[in-house]
Design a protein around this ligand. Sequence first.
Ligand code: NAD
Length: 487
Amino acid sequence: MSLSFNPETLPLPIGHFIGGKLIEAYDGLDMHRPSDGAAHAQCPVADTERVNHAVENAKAALKSSNWGGVRPRERTKSLQAWADLIEAEAGTLAKIEALSSTRPVGQLVAGDIAVTAEQIRFFAEFADKEGSNVVPTDDQTFGMTISEPYGVVGAITPWNFPISMAGWKLGPALAAGNAVVIKPSEMTPFSTVYMAQLAVRAGIPAGLINVVLGDGPTTGNALTGHADIARVSFTGSTRAGSAIMENIARTGVKPMTLELGGKSPQLVFADADLNKAAAAIASSVTFNAGQACVAGTRLIVEKSVADELIAAIIAQMQTARPGPTWDAATQYSPIISERQRSRIASIVEAAKAAGGECLTGGYAMEGAGYFYAPTLISGATQDNPAIIEEIFGPVLTVQTFEGEEEALALSAHPVYGLASGLFTSDLSRTLRFARALEAGTVWVNRYSRSRDHILPTGGYKRSGIGKDLGREAYETNRKSKSVLISL
Ligand code: NAD
């Protein structure tokens, strides 16, 4: 069955989702479909009162369901049922997501949604396996650490992978025994609402997942500053991450996980498999049109193989077929908004003014929607805007090096340290660089995640604090109490 659909007739769950009920609301911020620019809905904006209402419901649901205190396997089973229903309803969920986001419907079911269901199951399995510990003491005392859920977690997600990001936040928080109030991006809110509806249908107690829609300054601020939000989990830009830290510092103290921006390098040595490197590098900047936090947008290649590699990358960059996100055959995504496309264009112009040259692309694509051509810029020095700025679009820069020292120096970014790629067949060099690269993730001879969800993800420097995925994401949703008993 084709997943292609008519964007004019798709029903959407428009409203906040609180206490297990959709609170319909249709007025708010204008939403435009990235694929054709058409205004298609408004995103309601939850004010402080609405956020308070959501937090109250989360607290009440925690109490009435005893979610944090039931046999942990009950949480596992409920989350597994939710993952099953997400898979069963993947077609509908994919369409809701594709309509307002940059994710092509044909990539969502087997990609984002299947992986999200698997990650929810992965986190569900921690519930009855990780816990409290007895610690070594002398025989006159008994010491232990008791692990407990926080209570109500506040989560905020970006627009670039809305379903995946909701799964990263909700899965570990719920498995660990918490309730969540989540605010998706105002540009792509409805797939998160649908996921929450599925959770209730799957038997997760109503009120454990509440979705408040709105923007950062109104809804996001009310959520992160709420006295009963015990911890905050955020994914988005470094700028918004700073604003959230400031708001939390002003309104109280609470732990937070911040998954922020990146400007990740990919280093290619002459001894690498260049075909493999070209495919990985091209797809890391064309996948979702480069709108990924980990996009490997700075190619740093050994001079002797630069021409050969650049030609192979340009050929690969041009293969992804653009089209509307509701066409199942589409491979190449639009940019999320006209504003963001103009920003990409202006950084490319500034890069050229500072000495860069476009070897391919460098223009907005003609026709409907906010498409921008895959772009490769050479001749940029370390202070060029295309090297410094997180462009969040399909723009790759290329710089050349001679020797490991120069490669490492070029790879360092003054602000970001999210991910990095290394292509080489030299084992010793691999291990030297795995240590030396200043990034939360180092991919070697590949540039993508696998489905090994045990590997955490998170940034060095101003790319973030804390981790999503892995054991860390579960543990960070529990707090630890030390108990010491004199016998
Ligand atoms: P953004 O920071 O503009 O918005 C992200 C979310 O934060 C949205 O829901 C927004 O409404 C909210 N927000 C904005 N200001 C806020 C405030 N002051 N208080 C509370 N909430 C606020 O980011 P975006 O444009 O939606 O997403 C792109 C950014 O996200 C990029 O920088 C990208 O690198 C980053 N990102 C990081 C990761 C990661 O794992 N590190 C993953 C995906 C995206």
